[in-house]
Design a protein around this ligand. Structure first.
Ligand SMILES: [Zn+2]
Length: 65
């Protein structure tokens, strides 16, 4: 199932951190703001990935000891 832009329904990348296409995002926030939002979302996601990886590692350690 492909992800779609919430505004114009165009298909967007599944791994995209945002729920809309860049064209709509720029239309709504302007290019500068849109790029800042995408950057923040990507940073938040990569931090979230790190956090969940750490949690899994902690869980494994507790169980093995
Ligand atoms: Zn769109």
């Amino acid at each position: 199932m492909n992800k779609k832009c919430i505004y114009c329904k165009v298909e967007i990348l599944q791994e995209s951190v945002i729920d809309f296409c860049s064209r709509c995002g720029i239309g709504v926030w302007g290019e500068k703001m849109f790029n800042a939002i995408v950057k923040n979302m990507e940073e938040a996601r990569s931090k979230g990935d790190l956090v969940s990886t750490n949690l899994v590692d902690n869980f494994r350690e507790h169980n093995s000891s």
